[in-house]
Design a binder for this molecule. Structure first.
Ligand code: PLP
Length: 400
């Protein structure tokens, strides 16, 4: 048998890993499963806004040729305006790269940035795209702790402790997956200061920045630190319900990034261009905040689904959670001492077998401090209420 690349040894893709495969096996055998493993709104009956549908059908013929390495000019201009309105300074169109989702951008930046053994500070818990992209690039993800006791904000002392001579960059996922946290401005300022002092590049995955609950303020770290080298990531998968279109981008700001940008240009040129069809909708989508916002106010699906989930979890003995401020995820913890589970995986496998509900345990998000799992709050409120009831019953059966 041929051996795989050593770069694959630590790669883990749990969201579509063994638990998901088991759920598919159960479904094929005739058992329906409520799959709460991926943040894929369209699979729960959300549809793309009319603004996106119209832009796509009106301009289809413009996307037939390969487009420029950075992207199509209308789309680049819309992205430049969007991030300028978010406070990013001096953004030019050639500071932007559009590609096949934030996922492709993550692998491009880690490939361009990390030599063998270079370290990327990533949050724990982490949306594992990022830790995996670091491994695949030959780099090393080093996890800094986000603190549930502080609304899941990053622990600044832990960040400082983890910096070594090999640390090249620090990643923020803000708003966060899997916690749904939105970081405090003073934490962002302190992180910018750490980056300044230790000469680190900041990477900021902001794909959920339009999915804020009412009253939540958001600041993009690049806006707070125009002098610090920063790459900001965003895309339309979630805010405009088009995960399958594969539409994401990155924006370079701050100083000293010329060589990294040139390396990303080479990588972008190698794949000729990003998917041009998806770029047709960027300008219309970024003008259409209304359809995203409507999901997050009382009466909107994301708002009501969150309310149903939080209600259903409140008062379960041995389970605690920090309410999310954005996105549609929750990352509750179970007090392992009170239950008969051997691990987070054991909990999730039993829950799947006994209640036909698929959730991904904390280890899938590089979190092993305590027993946690992620809930994707995308089904209709009634279904979530019933799933939370199932969870309550399930935990009662497994209480020691
Ligand atoms: N970044 C975060 C934090 C995510 O949660 C996701 C998807 O769930 C992605 C990136 C991937 O986004 P895309 O569909 O643009 O590749």
């Amino acid at each position: 048998m041929f051996s795989q690349s050593t770069r694959m040894i630590h790669v883990h893709s749990d969201i579509r890993g063994p638990l998901f495969v088991e759920a598919l096996r159960m479904q094929a055998a005739g058992t329906p499963v409520l799959k709460l493993n991926t943040g894929n709104p369209a699979s729960f009956g959300f549809s793309m806004p009319q603004s996106v549908r119209q832009a796509l059908s009106a301009h289809m013929d413009d996307a037939v040729a390969y487009c420029g390495v950075h992207g199509m000019s209308d789309a680049l201009s819309a992205i430049r305006q969007y991030h300028t309105s978010r406070g990013l300074q001096n953004v030019k169109e050639d500071d932007i790269f559009i590609g096949n989702g934030v996922s492709e951008m993550a692998s491009m930046i880690t490939t361009a940035l990390l030599s063998d053994g270079d370290e990327l500070l990533v949050p724990a818990p982490c949306y594992s795209l990022w830790s995996n992209s670091a491994y695949i690039s030959g780099g090393k993800p080093v996890f800094y702790r986000c603190a549930p006791e502080d609304d899941w904000n990053p622990d600044l002392e832990d960040i400082e402790r983890k910096i070594t001579s090999r640390t090249k960059a620090l990643l923020l996922i803000n708003p966060n997956n899997p916690t749904g946290a939105v970081y405090k401005k003073e934490i962002l300022l302190a992180i910018a200061d750490i980056a300044r002092r230790h000469k680190l590049i900041l990477l900021s995955d902001e794909i959920y920045d339009r999915l804020l609950l009412p009253g939540v303020e958001y600041t993009s770290i690049a806006a707070l630190a125009p002098d610090v080298p920063c790459v900001t990531f965003n895309g339309l998968s979630k805010s405009h319900i088009i995960c399958g279109f594969r539409c994401g981008w990155m924006v370079f700001t701050g100083s000293d990034l010329e060589e990294i940008k040139a390396a990303v240009s080479s990588l972008a040129a190698l794949r000729l261009c990003g998917n041009a069809l998806t770029q047709l909708v960027i300008s219309a989508a970024l003008d259409d905040f209304a359809s995203t916002k409507a999901m997050l106010v009382p009466g909107g699906r994301l708002y009501e689904q969150r309310a149903a989930t939080l209600n259903g979890l409140t008062g379960i003995d041995g389970l605690t959670f920090v309410p999310n401020k954005a996105a549609f995820y929750l990352f509750p913890s179970i007090d392992a001492k009170q239950f008969d589970f051997e691990s987070g995986y054991d909990f999730a496998l039993k829950f799947l077998h006994e209640k036909q509900i698929l959730v991904i345990p904390g280890t899938g998000f590089d979190w092993d401090e305590d027993l946690r799992f992620r809930i994707v709050m995308l089904p209709e409120p009634k279904l979530l209420t019933s799933a939370m009831n199932d969870l309550r019953e399930f935990l009662d059966v497994h209480r020691i």
